[in-house]
Design a protein around this ligand. Sequence first.
Ligand code: SF4
Ligand code: SF4
Length: 190
Amino acid sequence: MAKVVPRPHLSLWENLYVVEIFKGLMTTWGHVQKNVTTGAFETRNYPEEAPSLPRDYRARHRLMKRPDGSPRCVACFMCSTACPARCINIVAEEADRADIEKRPATFEIDLLLCVFCGFCVEACPCDAIRMDTTIGVMVHDNRRDFIITKDKLLDWAPADYPATDTQSQKAPGGTLNAQALAEFNAGSRH
Ligand code: SF4
Ligand code: SF4
């Protein structure tokens, strides 16, 4: 059954509105004064001053690397299947190692279609794609550059990631790479 909500009874002064508008303006002015006098008015010269984004912010994607620099991706298409925007395009090919079946010949993400939901990261069974680059602002002067290719997705340096991120540190240039590469070449999985 529909619920009847009684209309509020307005007094004469409230019906005139002028007094209520003035009271609202005084509240706004009070907040402005408080912010200015206490220095609590947080402003940023955006975009000249880029915000510092936390690692768990869903930013631009990257593809994780094996110790030899090849993508961890096994071209299983789980991410592209889970993607609600249908913006991941993968072409699979046979891998050149006996212990790895497939790898991506091409891997592209159209950032103009992407809704940055993170479903691709959640769907990946082997931690091969992440969105922890903290690249939150992407500006290009043509649409083609918003399609990030496999090379761009693999173009990241372990030094830009925390020492506690062991998977990143096992990639070429990382602090754990030498040991990880020896184990990888000996046949253990990474
Ligand atoms: S973040 Fe969401 S929309 Fe973007 S590529 Fe991943 S699954 Fe697709
Ligand atoms: S889900 Fe992971 S392993 Fe599978 S295609 Fe996507 S990135 Fe590659």
